[in-house]
Write a protein that binds this ligand. Structure first.
Ligand code: NAD
Length: 373
């Protein structure tokens, strides 16, 4: 019996080694694809190719009696690896004749990320940091693109401090709040203006599949190449007006971050034992705890700025507070029937999205479970 097991295990080892060899071969091919894409300025992430390739593999898996979800999981993981390594190949310069890229705040977290990407794409990059303003004219001379990447609360002030830029220079900001910086940029510069909000932090391995919201300011034809360059890096672009952007961010960022902040605050005041909570948490609870804890590993200044960026955020958070209080009164009254009625109302409001989110989170949770030791 035991000998039989050993033989089978040996065979599994052989198959795993064969898989490893195939994996090495695949990564090598992907590296060659990376070279070709880099030379021709093609995006590292092509959604249609990914969708059709996965669909074919799922069909073939079914014919072989392999669960289609298994091959999809494996391939997605391999592709993620490939996107990150495609970064190292460098990217095509889509606007070779352009003057230097100047990143104001270029030594900060996002500034460094974008500086690296522009350099990998063959652009000349200069940095204008907080102590460089005396040499600002020199640093900015002949600039083809100026990217403002300073803390949100300083963004408008810094934009107003910029000396007159060349007429054809593109002025861009990366702030997480869009309308006030966009208005400031339009006011100080007569040339092309664009607002960008990278919907990710500086720790992403690659821009593949990462969303960048963009708000047109002025002369969009002059910065189409820049939008294409972001796509070459793998980003998914989402056009939106600055006002709509800020309305949506109030929910995606301000309210969420504030709720997370207060939840963390409460955990600390209740002085719970995180170790025990973790030991008792299956993947879903672990993930929920991780989503809270990760906030506190980041920059308090940035989150403070995002939450406090507008009066509208405060009003929204106050409405949430009222809603929380109303929901609490259901508990005080012990009114389970009302709780269920409200629960079902919200369920109806979410509609098909509720099932969609259940399925999506199920996949995420399976992956979270895989990475646990
Ligand atoms: P950061 O604090 O890491 O960097 C800001 C940089 O600006 C620093 O190097 C600082 O020295 C410099 N700076 C400050 N005052 C200056 C001045 N007067 N002149 C020139 N430079 C000055 O901040 P960050 O996280 O890189 O954020 C930069 C921008 O990117 C913010 O607008 C933020 O909203 C946006 N953003 C950040 C993230 C993120 O997760 N960090 C995500 C999306 C967007």
């Amino acid at each position: 019996m035991v000998a039989e097991l050993a033989t089978l295990r040996d065979q599994i080892d052989e198959v795993d080694k064969a898989l490893l060899n195939l994996l090495a071969k695949r990564l090598n091919l992907v590296a060659q694809v990376g070279e070709v894409k880099s030379q021709h300025g093609l995006p590292i992430y092509v959604p249609e190719r990914e969708v059709s390739m996965l669909a074919s593999r799922r069909k073939e898996a079914e014919q072989l009696g392999v669960p289609p979800d298994l091959i999809e999981d494996v391939l997605r993981r391999i592709m993620r690896e490939s996107y990150t390594s495609e970064n190292d190949k460098g990217f095509k310069t889509l606007k070779p004749e352009m003057g230097a890229v100047v990143i104001v705040g270029g030594h900060g977290k996002m500034g460094q990320l974008f500086s690296k990407l522009f350099k990998l794409s063959g652009y000349q990059v200069r940095v204008l940091e907080q102590h460089d303003w005396q040499q600002a004219e020199t640093i900015l001379s002949g600039a083809g693109l100026v990217v403002v990447s300073v803390p949100i609360h300083l963004t408008e002030q810094v934009i107003h401090r910029l000396p007159k830029l060349p007429e054809e220079c593109i002025l861009v900001d990366l702030a997480s709040v869009k309308n006030p910086p966009l208005q400031a940029m339009l006011a100080v510069h007569n040339g092309p203006v664009l607002g960008l909000h990278p919907m990710f932090g500086p720790d992403v391995g690659s821009l593949a599949k990462q969303v960048i919201a963009y708000c047109d300011g002025r002369q969009p034809e002059a910065y189409q190449w820049l939008l294409e360059q972001l796509q070459v890096w793998g980003a998914k672009l989402q056009a939106i007006s600055a006002v709509e952007h800020d309305k949506n961010m109030a929910f995606i960022q301000a309210l969420r971050h504030f709720a997370t902040f207060t939840y963390g605050l409460n955990l600390s005041q209740e002085n719970v034992q995180l170790e025990q909570l973790l030991a008792l948490s299956s993947p879903i609870y672990r993930l929920e705890l991780a989503m809270i804890g990760r906030l506190f590993a980041q920059d308090a200044e940035l989150y403070g700025d995002i939450i406090m960026s507008s009066e509208d955020n405060l009003a929204l958070i106050k409405r949430y507070y009222t809603c929380f209080g109303n929901a609490l009164s259901l508990l005080e009254k012990g009114d389970k029937a009302e709780f269920i009625a409200e629960f079902n109302q919200v369920k109806a409001w979410f509609g098909d999205y509720a099932t969609h989110f259940l399925n999506e989170s199920r996949t995420l949770l399976r992956q979270a479970n895989d990475s646990r030791r």
